[in-house]
Design a protein around this ligand. Structure first.
Ligand code: NFE
Length: 517
């Protein structure tokens, strides 16, 4: 048995390590570990509940919007106003979050994952006049610079000519992301930590200027998504067809649903959502029941007494606990392992025949010559994410054009002395939940379960590995010194460790000392 340790994995958000046991060239066991502390749940205790969105969105610079949204949904429900949010407020919230979805999906494909398959060193041989490629060549020529190199050496199959086209898209994608940030700032004031989304609605109502400012940027991004991102993802799928089978994972999928089209955002069963909620297992979609979510701690550095539903579970750090190997907890639904993210949303929505999903997905499936269930794989996650960007971009256009200048965008409310609230919504990387308990008008408890906590979770009490671990197990590794297959699988989940671990010790007590070698 050979052990491979990749720690930290580069080109993801935050610190994630994996350890693989490899025998006869095949991964027999995998451990996925989040080695960092964060502190938001504890920081929020004792504060005015209205502080929560401002603090929570600082959990992560990549997906701050969804933490603002999870938080305002939890507070809307705690304040008893979930079904009173004016349409303008609901729609502007969608516009804010949707801008971040586009930014995040473009970021992941080009700047985090593509270089697993595209040889960036092809730019060294570029002799043309394209300023983007010349900039990239100059940057790469400065030496071994992250995020380009060092890297595990993959089997790069695109010709030098096609690689240069894809690398040009890599640079263009930076400008597209800036446009998406600008779109967000139209209604959110600033990025990454906006000030538009608040309990009760939003702080800025629509006017014709802001609608136009948002729309022209959106149209540029739409064009990039339709004409560049989706074709590039399909080209990747065609060029690396075996990755439609590699890294399949646990085969169960979960979605909290999101982007309300009408009515209360707290109504999880609503069909009026861009992404439906549901549980996909054994080939069928079942309704989501949030009371069936529990966090297990068998292999996490926490005291076991804190296990249970997020609404009552505790976060009691216990570094050095026997058998533990991660600061991530293990969220489970009815005790089972579930994958979350764009692939989960697509499989659930497709099976439910939801909205215009089939119209968008079917052409991509036929271009790839595959069925919907073939997407359950490393490459399927990339394709699903790209297609989803197209779906979100189209929906954003409809939403921004349905705003009504001059009509309400916020509802006034009182902060209750005592209450509880839950905010569930889909994030770019999957299902996100915020739970709040208010006592004496202040936050008494706050709990966050992020998408990467689901996907990157360690083994549970029954010994079932988490989704990323299951996707790694069974993979053939050609060269243990150069395990590029493993990082390709891990990156397809788009993990974010900043989001996944939010605990610190009370009052600065030292929990563990790291020596950086
Ligand atoms: Ni930090 Fe996040 C998203 C959330 S992932 S990126 O999307 O919530 O755990």
């Amino acid at each position: 048995m050979r052990k491979i340790s990749i720690d930290p994995i580069s080109r993801i958000e935050g610190h994630l390590g994996i350890e693989l046991d490899v025998e006869d060239g095949v991964v027999r066991d995998a451990r996925c570990s989040g080695p960092l502390f964060r502190g938001f749940e504890v920081i929020l205790k004792g504060r005015d509940p209205r502080d929560a969105p401002m603090f929570a969105q600082r959990i992560c610079g990549v997906c701050p919007l969804i933490h603002a949204k999870g938080s305002v949904l939890a507070l809307d429900s705690a304040f008893g106003i979930s079904d009173r949010i004016p349409d303008n407020g609901r729609i502007v919230r969608n516009l804010l979050l949707g801008s971040n979805f586009l930014q995040s999906h473009v970021l992941h494909f080009y700047h985090l994952a593509a270089l697993d398959f595209v040889d960036v060193t092809a730019v060294a041989g570029y002799g043309g006049a394209d300023p983007d490629l010349n900039d990239l060549r100059a940057f790469a020529g400065r030496g071994p610079l992250s995020p380009l190199v060092p890297r595990y050496e993959g089997d790069y199959r695109f010709s030098a000519e096609v690689s240069l086209v894809l690398l040009k898209h890599y640079v263009e994608a930076l400008r597209v992301r800036r446009k998406a940030h600008e779109m967000l700032a139209v209604f959110g004031g600033k990025v990454p930590h906006q000030c538009g989304m608040v309990p009760g609605g939003v702080t800025k109502g629509p006017d014709l200027d802001s609608i136009a400012e948002y729309l022209w940027r959106l149209r540029e991004i739409q064009r990039f998504v339709d004409e560049t991102l989706i074709p590039d993802a399909i080209a990747l799928g065609k060029t690396y067809p075996e990755y439609m089978r590699i890294g399949r994972g646990c085969g169960r999928y979960l979605s909290f649903g999101g982007f309300s089209l009408a009515g209360s955002e707290a109504d999880l069963s609503s069909k009026a959502k861009l992404f439906p909620s549901g549980i996909l297992r054994n080939g069928a979609v079942e309704p989501l029941d949030p009371s069936k979510i529990e966090e297990e701690l068998a292999h996490s550095w926490y005291d076991d007494s804190g296990a249970g539903p997020p609404s009552s579970g505790e976060t009691i750090p216990l570094r050095g606990k026997d058998g533990a190997y991660s600061w991530l907890k293990s969220p489970r639904y009815e005790g089972q392992v579930f994958e979350v993210g764009p692939l989960a949303r697509m499989l659930i929505g497709y099976r439910l025949g939801h909205g215009r999903l089939r119209e968008t997905v079917d052409p991509a499936l036929s271009a790839l010559g595959i069925e919907i269930d073939d997407l359950r794989s490393t490459m399927g996650r990339h394709v699903a994410r790209a297609i989803e960007a197209g779906i979100v971009a189209r929906a954003l256009e409809e939403w921004v054009l349905s705003l009504r200048p001059g009509e309400p965008f916020y509802v006034d409310h009182q902060i209750p002395e005592a209450s509880t609230g839950m905010g569930l919504h889909e994030a770019p990387r999957g299902s996100l939940g915020h739970w709040v308990k208010i006592a004496g008008g202040r936050i008494e408890r706050y709990q966050v379960v992020s998408p990467t906590t689901w996907n990157g979770s360690p083994q549970d009490s029954k010994g079932a590995p988490g989704p990323i671990e299951q996707a790694l197990i069974g993979t053939r590794i050609r060269d243990p010194e150069n395990p590029f297959e493993a990082v390709r699988i891990v990156r397809s989940f788009d993990p974010c460790l900043a989001c996944s671990v939010q605990v610190i010790a009370p009052s600065g007590r030292k929990l563990v000392e790291y020596r950086i070698a």
